[in-house]
Design a protein around this ligand. Structure first.
Ligand code: DX5
Ligand code: ZN
Length: 219
């Protein structure tokens, strides 16, 4: 399992220290939640902050854009040196074009689905993306309750990936903790985002270690 802690749950009064902990930890990447107050009912942080984060972070950046018209920001996300650029299926009309623009900008394109969007909508795009992010809470806030139906969606997505020969990885975001993480990996998830479960913990480095370890144990 690859672990992508979400900075959203970090102590923003000490971003430098919080990113140093991530660098030191077993986390595989850093998940960055950008919100615009339009696509989701909340606002988080934008590019002036992300530029500092990118400079300090030694791990790949997993950028999750919860914004309308995310295609407008492809150059800015690319300039951060982002590894994944996640755009919501619900926010983009011409998804195929946007996915290829992200790839041409040198990043790995990923498509994100809200909890109410079925996996079946991905049938004609699954071979073009490097990752699918399934939201297991309604996007906009950290610390929400995990939606149990996500396990079924992970299995459906795993089946679609196998049937189509897609190389996409499966990422889950929302309510990931020591209980849900091993079950998600068992269902077929590759990457787990964890906000409260890592940055909300007393010991961030230990929390990242424990989450990875609990998923290994079950394998
Ligand atoms: C929610 C964000 C998540 C959030 C997860 O809109 O996309 O990445 O940080 O937080 P937890 O892990 O606390 O549910
Ligand atoms: Zn996210």
């Amino acid at each position: 399992m690859l672990l992508s802690p979400s900075l959203l749950a970090a102590d923003f009064s000490d971003l430098k220290g919080q990113i140093a902990l991530l660098n030191e930890s077993e986390a595989d990447m850093l998940h960055l939640d950008v919100m615009d107050g339009v696509f989701v009912p909340n606002i988080s942080f934008g590019f002036p902050v992300l530029r500092h984060v990118a400079r300090l972070c030694q791990k790949p950046l997993d950028v999750h854009l919860m914004i309308v018209e995310p295609q407008k920001f492809i150059p800015q996300v690319a300039a951060l040196g982002a590894y994944y650029m996640n755009v919501h299926y619900e926010a983009v009309t011409h998804l195929h074009r946007v996915i290829w623009q992200i790839r041409e900008a040198g990043m790995h394109p990923a498509v994100t689905l809200n909890p109410s969007t079925p996996v079946s909508v991905l049938a004609d795009i699954i071979r073009d993306v490097d990752m699918v992010l399934l939201m297991s809470v309604n996007p906009g806030f950290g610390g929400q309750k995990f939606i149990e139906h996500t396990y079924t969606k992970v299995r459906q997505l795993r089946q679609l990936i196998e049937e189509t020969g897609s190389k996409a990885l499966i990422e889950i975001d929302g309510g990931v903790n020591m209980q849900t993480a091993p079950l998600l990996v068992e269902a077929g998830a590759d990457i787990l985002v964890a906000g409260s479960a890592v940055y909300g913990a007393e010991d961030v480095v230990k929390a990242a270690h424990d989450l990875k370890a609990v998923c290994q144990m079950d394998k």
